[in-house]
Design a protein around this ligand. Structure first.
Ligand code: HDE
Length: 693
């Protein structure tokens, strides 16, 4: 690129100051390449006179700025993305011919995580489902696995999606609440739609409060198909299993995180990748055939149902590693367009009516979001493999096809001209065989299959598979959300009436928590059955005791013992945790040996909710000062209240006492025991601290 002089820091008198840096910088130009002499002052008539219309520099700059925003996604507006690699690690050629699954094949990917209900400017930590969308740039075209962190969905038919989204987003007249389901319209609608019950159980659990994107699972949700080279099809469900295990926050912590850091989860992801701590997930598949599908008490085409992992174990077939942050949030994360209809040969759709509706919606929405049918040419969306066809023109066309071949068939090649691309009858994508059961064709009907009628058995399975503490969290969140509903006489009783079909104890706890009488049980379209409990559904049973991916906040003050501090930092780092020093002043604290230790965060701006465990490393003098400091007391109190490990110097005891810390397994000194404790949460503590329904 041509280098030219930039005029910087120009005074009104016209004097310029050029530095060595200016000389090495590319010229600032208009969008049409004209070098700009002054980027500080618009063109005006006289130094205090009106601005002139002639000023094309001003007009172009403001014109472009005025149009910098595009419509945000109607759902999943708030998200964050990263690049990575998917490596296939197992041979599944007997199941699928897709190149992305060839053992050893490495495929570039782009992943976008999101919340669902809030706008782009909302927060990262509301109670909400998280999107987990992966674009694989395979050598046979893009495959987009556009999933969530929950394996089931609210509805069975795409026709209900606009109703769901209207009900959950901010209410139409008042424009609030933002990013939350605890309001009238959502619960009014949900309580009238028994098919939502299973998903509601997940939504009210800590699954919707993930600690980070790195510690949540992902699911393709729908049943898809795999197709092998012989055309044989199998059914498949896709899973992402986080290498760090599952981890969630608790409700009070999530609320406080909103106050402490709106960007908590995107920051976590960005910083992890930035520091080379690359997040990883394994891709798993549950594969089954028609005979299995027919033998189940639920329909595998119903997106409100999962297949218990105990019935069909998840087979791990590849690893996703996120290893590169985006260079530009708008160009990549905002403009990325995921389409469940992007699918390479070797994978296929099932007849799930929700999936079928999605195949239309995502293509359609990109035209309104990105403003052109040529959105596939935006670099983050473009396939990495060669692609070509006879589609032409349209807004923002950036490709320049040569010659006359814009139709097919043509015989131009026979005349020495460019003939264009051709079909691939043997290797191209082809829907091979139906193999989804006897109901492939029939009369045109607006009906719901009888096999979709059971709305409660899997909700019951989910609830009963949770630990006691997880069940209490579910009951408490139903109470919290329904307590925010103004239509008190209709909605909560209707919801509790549905819950009686899930579990009588749950229904009673929710009714008690709300202070309402237990309503009559709602009639069930099909009576629920008891399924075998599944450990895979619990977060607590799938957590890993590890410090990897976790941060320990280390509170210090003047007088902190240098050796004790270094010992803690060393132990945390050795256990692959992140040690973050917090002090009353960000400039640091004067340690016992006279040295000054800089802090990573100032106490008031680094509350303990942003950490997974805390260490309080204080001298007697330091502790005396902090006992009078509200932020320090809250630091310890919230760490305890959020069930985190607390390691403390002997001298810090008065601060722990003031914060109401009671001795338990999670409260330790600063020795080895602390590092072991820091890798865990202490759920047994919770019942001593707050009323759980
Ligand atoms: Fe989406 N969904 N969805 N959805 N969805 C969108 O597409 C839609 C559904 C999911 O990071 C939109 O490009 C319909 C299930 C994710 O860019 C839109 C139905 C699942 C993302 C849309 C569903 C999802 C979206 C908005 C019912 C889990 C974010 C902007 C038939 C398997 C992708 C856009 C990203 C985004 C429609 C149901 C996940 C409007 C009609 C089920 C992760 O097209």
């Amino acid at each position: 690129m041509a280098k030219a002089l930039k005029s910087g820091g120009k005074s009104s008198g016209g004097e310029t100051h050029q530095t060595a840096e200016d000389l090495a910088t590319a010229a600032l130009t208009t969008n049409h390449g004209v070098p700009i002499s002054d980027n500080q002052n618009s063109l005006r008539s006289g130094s205090r006179g009106p601005t002139l219309l002639e000023d094309f520099v001003l007009r172009e700059k403001i014109f472009h700025f005025d149009h910098e925003r595009i419509p945000e996604r109607i759902v999943h507006a708030r998200g964050t993305g990263a690049h990575g690699i998917f490596e296939a690690t197992d041979d599944i050629s007997d199941l699928s011919k897709a190149a992305v699954f060839i053992k050893g094949e490495k495929t570039e990917v782009f992943v976008r995580f999101s919340t669902v209900a809030g706008g782009a400017g909302s927060v990262d930590t509301p109670r909400d489902v998280r999107g987990f969308a992966v674009k694989f740039y395979t050598r046979e075209g893009n495959w987009d696995l556009v999933g969530n962190n929950i394996p089931v969905f609210f509805i069975q038919d795409a026709l209900k999606f606009p109703d769901l989204v209207h009900a959950v987003k901010m209410e139409a007249d008042r424009g609030y609440p933002q990013a939350g389901s605890a309001h009238d319209t959502f619960w009014d609608w949900a309580s009238l739609m028994p098919e939502t019950t299973h998903m509601l159980m997940w939504a009210m659990s800590d699954r919707t409060l993930p600690r980070s994107f790195r510690t949540m699972e992902g699911f393709g949700v729908h049943t898809f198909k795999l197709v092998n080279a012989q055309g044989k099809t199998s059914f498949v469900k896709f899973h992402w299993k986080p290498r760090l295990g599952l981890q969630s926050t608790i409700w009070d912590e999530a609320l406080k995180l909103q106050a402490a850091d709106n960007d908590y989860q995107r920051r976590d992801l960005f910083e992890a990748i930035d520091s080379g701590d690359f997040p990883q997930w394994d891709l798993g598949i549950q594969v089954f055939d028609q005979a299995f599908a027919e033998a189940q008490p639920y329909d595998v085409l119903d997106a409100t149902k999962l297949i218990p992992e105990e019935d069909v174990p998840v087979r791990l077939i590849g690893t996703l590693t996120l290893n590169r942050n985006v260079d530009n949030f708008f160009a990549e994360t905002e403009q990325v367009a995921f389409l469940p209809s992007n699918i390479p040969p070797g994978i296929d759709f099932s007849n799930d009516p929700l999936l079928q509706g999605r195949l239309f919606s995502y293509l359609d929405t990109q035209n309104s979001r990105l403003g052109t049918t040529n959105f596939h040419q935006i670099p983050v969306n473009a396939p990495r493999c060669p692609f070509g066809n006879f589609q032409r023109d349209g807004k923002m066309q950036t490709m320049v096809p040569k010659g006359r071949a814009n139709y097919e068939p043509n015989s131009l090649a026979a005349h020495g001209e460019e003939g264009g691309s051709r079909e691939s009858p043997t290797t191209g994508f082809a829907t091979v065989d139906a193999a989804t059961g006897p109901e492939e064709s029939g009369e045109k009907l607006r009906v719901r299959s009888e096999t979709f009628a059971d709305h409660y058995s899997q909700a019951r399975l989910f609830y009963r598979s949770q630990t006691e503490s997880e069940q209490a969290h579910i009951a408490s969140s139903f109470v919290f959300e329904l307590s925010k509903v103004g239509l008190l006489n209709q909605v909560p009783p209707r919801m509790v009436a549905n819950l009686r079909n899930v579990d009588e104890d749950l229904a009673r706890r929710v009714a008690d928590g709300l202070g309402i009488t237990l309503p009559k049980k709602a009639p069930a379209a099909r009576a629920p059955i008891d399924m075998d409990l599944s450990d895979a559904l619990s977060i607590h049973k799938n957590m890993k005791n590890t410090l990897e991916g976790r941060a320990v906040g280390i509170l210090i003050a003047d007088g902190t013992d240098a050796a004790e501090l270094d010992g803690v930092i060393d132990a945390v780092t050795k256990a692959r945790g992140k040690a973050v020093i917090v002090a009353p002043k960000v400039g640091g604290a004067k340690l016992s040996d006279g040295s000054v230790r800089k802090a990573d965060g100032q106490l008031a701006g680094s509350p303990s909710q942003i950490f997974d465990a805390v260490a309080i490393v204080l001298s007697q003098e330091g502790c005396e000062g902090l006992v009078k400091e509200g932020a320090a007391v809250e630091f310890v109190m919230n760490a305890f209240g959020h069930l985190k490990a607390i390691g403390a110097s002997e001298a810090a005891k008065p601060l722990l006492d003031k914060a109401g810390v009671m001795p338990d397994e999670g409260v330790a000194g600063l020795d080895k025991k602390f590092v072991t404790a820091a890798a865990q949460r202490f759920y047994a503590r919770e019942s001593l601290l707050r009323t759980l329904t």
